[in-house]
Design a protein around this ligand. Structure first.
Ligand SMILES: [Zn+2]
Length: 424
């Protein structure tokens, strides 16, 4: 961070970028084909890829010759059984629904996983100290990436987002974390529990992950915990940005290269869509990969001394939490990612979706199906998926309305695939 700035950062990107492109061209038949005739040293002019291209060519995109069919079977089984141990050919498989409504399938090897864990700790732990740190991490589902760790100097406690709030607060009170990492919707609930006196902890650092941290949420959380909320901007395509201790979200330019393509905006914000290149990942090279997030950069230098660019805001991943009645009384929170998966896991033929909760026991789902798909079959599979998952989480199945086709977005409105309208 101290040395990578200006010219040296550009040289570093050129070197790593062309090395990773050369590796991909040598080991991935897909990249070899699309790079045919290209100058790999001019890697920033190479053709771009996206999730659709990656998924359509999964077998040749990865450098280990793992078939999509085999990886998908393992990933789906892991989701269903909630046993996140299985691997394919020694590689961990991850499944993301992503922002485009399409599922992405990811492969990482042990060394890449270890590098990710080490990097993450290096970026979020303030400094080494004798008594170590206790980290509480909330995430939608367990996976091999987030295995619990308990060492003298580091204890990493994992919480499933579906765990009832009272259980979470009791566990946090019993073992107060120094660092708390959770999606903003969960942080909001924990902040409320702290205001009510149910939660007594006050972590040194809080990081929001997985959803957009909106300013009003950050303020409320910071006020309740009397500490700053940082952000970890990560997707399955890579660790993209982490907040520094001044609260500014720096692109991790030593790990990824972010090319930014300007997007015309109705207001004065200079929005851009990132084209990401993971400078290190080899099992499934992410090179000049278009990501469907909208970013705005903050051009001001950061007092922390890092020259890594700062993201002012991220759009397009906004979320709402839905609530359904628990069988044993009370309400159970369904985070947007849970809703997303509940819909996308139902059928391969679902291309895109929207979900609206407009009442306490109600859910309206709109889906766009692939051409030629049987609507009746998709609707039945969707109904079965929602029923099964609602029952699995001990909730009363909401009254479902399933409609074909998506609701048109009003101009200038931010896309929210999962929305809770009003207060059920
Ligand atoms: Zn900074």
């Amino acid at each position: 961070m101290r040395h990578l700035r200006g010219e040296s950062l550009a040289r570093y990107h050129d070197l790593r970028g062309s090395q990773i492109a050369a590796y991909a061209a040598a080991h991935s038949p897909f990249y070899r084909e699309i790079y045919a005739g290209c100058d790999l040293l001019q890697w920033q002019t190479l053709p771009t890829v996206d999730k659709a291209a990656m998924m359509a060519n999964f077998d040749t995109f990865n450098t280990r010759g793992v078939s999509r069919e085999k990886a998908m079977a393992v990933a789906l089984e892991a989701e269903r059984s909630r046993d996140f141990e299985p691997t394919v050919d020694g590689l961990t498989v991850g499944l993301s629904s992503g922002t485009t409504g399409h599922r992405g399938l990811f492969l990482v090897e042990r060394a890449e996983q270890a590098a990710w864990a080490g990097t993450m700790l290096a970026r979020i732990l303030p400094a080494w100290r004798r008594r170590g740190y206790r980290v509480a991490l909330f995430s939608r589902s367990n996976s091999n990436l987030y295995e619990g760790v308990r060492r003298r100097w580091l204890s990493l406690r994992y919480f499933d987002l579906m765990t009832p709030l009272a259980e979470c607060t009791a566990a946090l009170n019993a073992e107060p974390p120094d660092i708390l990492v959770a999606p903003p919707s969960m942080l909001r609930m924990l902040a409320e529990a702290r205001r009510d006196g149910a939660l007594g902890v006050r972590p040194d650092q809080i990081f929001s992950v997985a959803e957009v941290l909106e300013p009003q949420d950050a303020e409320g959380i910071e006020a309740a915990f009397e500490t700053r909320v940082g952000q970890i901007y990560q997707c399955t395509e890579g660790l993209l940005a982490v907040s520094c201790h001044h609260g500014r979200l720096h692109i991790q330019e030593d790990l990824v290269h972010l090319g930014l393509e300007p997007v015309p905006s109705p207001d004065t914000l200079a929005r851009a869509m990132p084209i990401i290149t993971d400078l290190w990942r080899r099992t499934q090279p992410i090179i000049r990969y278009r990501l469907n997030d909208l970013l705005t950069l903050d051009p001001r230098p950061c007092p922390c001394g890092s020259a890594f660019r700062v993201i002012a805001r991220i759009e397009g991943r906004a979320d709402d939490v839905c609530y359904f009645e628990a069988v044993d009384g009370g309400m159970r929170a369904f985070f947007p990612d849970v809703i997303r998966r509940m819909i996308l896991m139902a059928s391969d033929r679902i291309e895109d979706y929207q979900a609206f909760q407009e009442g306490p026991a109600q859910l309206r789902i709109h889906v766009r199906v692939s051409p030629g798909a049987s609507w009746d079959e998709v609707a039945a599979a969707l109904r079965a998926s929602v029923t099964e998952i609602a029952a699995g989480y001990g909730t009363v199945c909401p009254a479902l309305t399933i409609e074909e086709g998506l609701v048109a977005l009003a101009p200038g409105r931010k896309l929210r695939r999962v929305q809770r309208v009003g207060t059920p």
